[in-house]
Design a protein around this ligand. Structure first.
Ligand code: C2E
Ligand code: CA
Ligand code: CA
Length: 254
């Protein structure tokens, strides 16, 4: 894989997150892609676990971080609406003592204001690791970078623990959205959104796939929505077009 990175086989795609009140794009999530010369597009679920295992994720994660910051800055320079980027982070990156230094270096190099960068960390990483790691995350918050808890609700989520994390954003996993469309879990989802709001967290619902899903989640009043209905992950070039023209909803991206 390191060779594939050197040979330019990796790309970062972007998926919009939408402000539920205004319908405008609130940010873009950076999602890495491996475009293999023979196998074509390899989904991250196939290669991220391998990269985690070998430690390559640290190098790949740094590359994604830099690419996303450069992109957000380029959108700004092109006069497009201010678009924060959200970058997924692996536990192997977080465990490194120099991770905060890397972040401030990349922000400095790219000239991106820290409030234009969000780091997404999956719930299981936050809940399964010692509090000392979690405490280290407050250094990131001190840099002005927002932390998001990703895939909330998939593991042994502790609602009590939520208030102790230095996170500003709660991304509720797509399984919840799927369930409410099938008539289940609405009260649970409502309770999570309400609690998160009381804790001052920005709430994001993932996996809003169709107009039917969008209608089902609307009464919850989550702050941001993400899913195929608003746009699939697309190349940086196509994401720039989406930003320039605004969203056109019909469950299709480009
Ligand atoms: P994730 O962070 O939960 O990312 C969201 C995944 O849900 C993406 O899959 C996205 O394409 C997919 N998705 C978005 N909207 C919908 C929808 O409406 N319905 C459904 N069914 N799926 C939707 P993707 O791009 O295949 O990424 C899979 C996972 O790989 C990500 O899950 C993330 O955990 C990981 N990943 C991706 N890029 C990176 C990266 O740069 N670094 C690290 N450490 N992990 C990454
Ligand atoms: Ca994510
Ligand atoms: Ca997620």
């Amino acid at each position: 894989m390191p060779k594939a990175l050197r040979e330019g086989e990796f790309a970062v795609h972007y998926q919009p997150k939408v402000d539920s009140r205004t319908g405008s794009i609130a940010g873009m999530e950076a999602l890495v892609r491996w475009i293999h010369p023979v196998m074509g597009m390899v989904p991250p679920d196939r290669f991220i676990p391998v990269a985690e295992e070998s430690g390559f994720i640290v190098e790949l994660g740094e590359w994604v971080l830099r690419a996303a910051c450069v992109q957000s800055r380029a959108w700004r320079d092109a006069g497009l609406p201010r678009t924060p980027v959200a970058v997924n982070c692996s536990i192997n990156q977080l465990k490194r003592g120099d991770f905060p230094d890397l972040l401030s270096r990349v922000l400095k190099e790219t000239g991106l204001p820290p409030d234009c960068l969000e780091l997404e960390i999956t719930e299981s990483v936050l809940f399964e690791n010692p509090l000392s790691l979690v405490a280290g995350l407050s250094r990131l918050r001190d840099l002005g970078i927002r932390l998001a808890i990703d895939d909330f609700g998939t593991g042994y989520s502790s609602l009590a623990y939520l208030g102790h994390l230095p996170a500003r954003v709660l991304k509720i996993d797509k399984i919840f959205v799927k369930n409410i469309v099938h008539g289940a879990n609405f009260p649970i989802l409502r309770a999570i959104v309400d609690l998160a709001r009381k804790l001052g967290l920005t709430t994001v619902l993932e996996g809003v796939e169709t107009a039917e899903y969008a209608a089902a989640v609307a009464p919850l009043g989550a702050d941001q929505l993400q899913g195929f209905y608003y746009g699939r992950p697309v190349s940086a070039e196509n994401a720039s077009r989406v930003l320039a023209r605004g969203l056109r909803l019909a469950g299709k991206a480009d």
